[in-house]
Design a protein around this ligand. Structure first.
Ligand SMILES: Nc1nc2c(c(=O)[nH]1)N[C@@H](CN(C=O)c1ccc(C(=O)N[C@@H](CCC(=O)O)C(=O)O)cc1)CN2
Length: 294
């Protein structure tokens, strides 16, 4: 069996087309485009790439992009002052602070300082609480993108056994809540889980978000399962730097029914779901009808 490869880039392009199609109507009704503010502290090379991709994508779709690149030595108070300024700026509909922050900064108070109506990363405790409570809100971009891929691949997820490997607030926890809301039977696995291969072997859906290169092997996967790989690790293979996921792609392909590749799977959906959330936040802030985007 060779698994079907789930093309995240194609899905993201489709979503992007629907988002850009909805922006002229927002502009007509408000006299301005939806606005996204992205904050980067320091010079982490991967974060610099992600932040510039976000700004580029926002502009490409017709949004306003406000990029705030702060020096490594930025203090907690300076960062909180910037968040307060962005909260008060009506042209900003979404605020995202790129993670991880430098070690001397505490990310949770910064996330808590963001106006929940502008929390396009879905990380504010209010957004997380709304998700758990089944209330409409803004959902963290990577798990939202994973859910879109799963729905498009499998249709109705009700009754399926799902395992989420990893328990971060960015991916694992919101992913488990989204799958629960789809009526999956959800297990959460993490670094202390006993018999991880055994847990994964029972799952119809595997979402791998542990951040460990190629830790999940093909013979851990239930034949025909759908595998969503959130990991992105750079390893050296045959003397060359290679980007790999948390799943050993070659061996998993021989067992799974469908699998996301790395790169080109979940990553492009993360960026497009940020655009999705920015448009949604903009419509909600202005009490406009929300476009149906997926
Ligand atoms: N505030 C946030 N910080 C971080 C988030 C987030 O959602 N919000 N997620 C990640 C980084 N990230 C976006 O910020 C992100 C990661 C990966 C990709 C992506 O498209 N990856 C490509 C490969 C790119 C490469 O070659 O390096 C792919 O998988 O195809 C987009 C966004 C942590 N921080």
């Amino acid at each position: 069996m060779t698994a079907q490869t789930i093309d995240g880039k194609a899905h993201a392009d489709g979503l992007g087309a629907r988002i850009s199609g909805a922006i002229p109507s927002f502009r007509e009704q408000t006299g301005r485009p939806p606005g996204l503010a992205v904050v980067l502290v320091g010079t982490d090379p991967a974060s610099e790439v992600y932040v510039s991709s976000k700004g580029r994508m926002a502009r490409k779709l017709g949004m306003a992009s406000f990029e705030h690149i702060l020096p490594e030595a930025t203090t907690q108070q300076q960062l909180l002052d910037l968040i307060a300024q962005l909260n008060a700026d009506d042209s900003v509909d979404g605020i995202l602070v790129q993670l991880p922050l430098p070690a001397h900064l505490d990310s949770l108070p910064v996330i808590e300082a963001i106006d929940p109506a502008k929390d396009v990363d879905g990380l504010h405790p209010s957004s997380a609480g709304r998700l758990v409570s089944g209330l409409p809100g803004l959902v963290s971009c990577t798990p939202l993108g994973c859910l879109m891929l799963l729905r498009s691949q499998l249709g109705n997820l009700s009754g399926l056994d799902a395992v989420v490997v990893g328990r971060s607030i960015l991916v694992g926890k919101p992913m488990a809540q989204l799958l629960l809301a789809e009526n999956c039977t959800v297990s959460m696995a993490h670094s202390r889980t006993r018999d991880l291969p055994g847990k994964i072997r029972q799952a119809d859906i595997v979402v791998a978000a542990a951040g460990q290169a190629e830790m999940i092997k093909g013979d851990w996967i239930k034949p025909g399962a759908t595998v969503i790989d959130v990991g992105t690790s750079r390893i050296v293979r045959d003397g060359r730097k290679t980007l790999v996921g948390d799943v050993e792609f070659a061996s998993a392909c021989g067992v799974a029914g469908a699998i996301t590749p790395v790169p080109g799977g979940v990553g492009p959906m993360t960026i497009m779901c940020l655009m999705h959330n920015t448009l949604l936040a903009a419509c909600r802030r202005k009490a406009l009808a929300e476009p149906r985007l997926w």
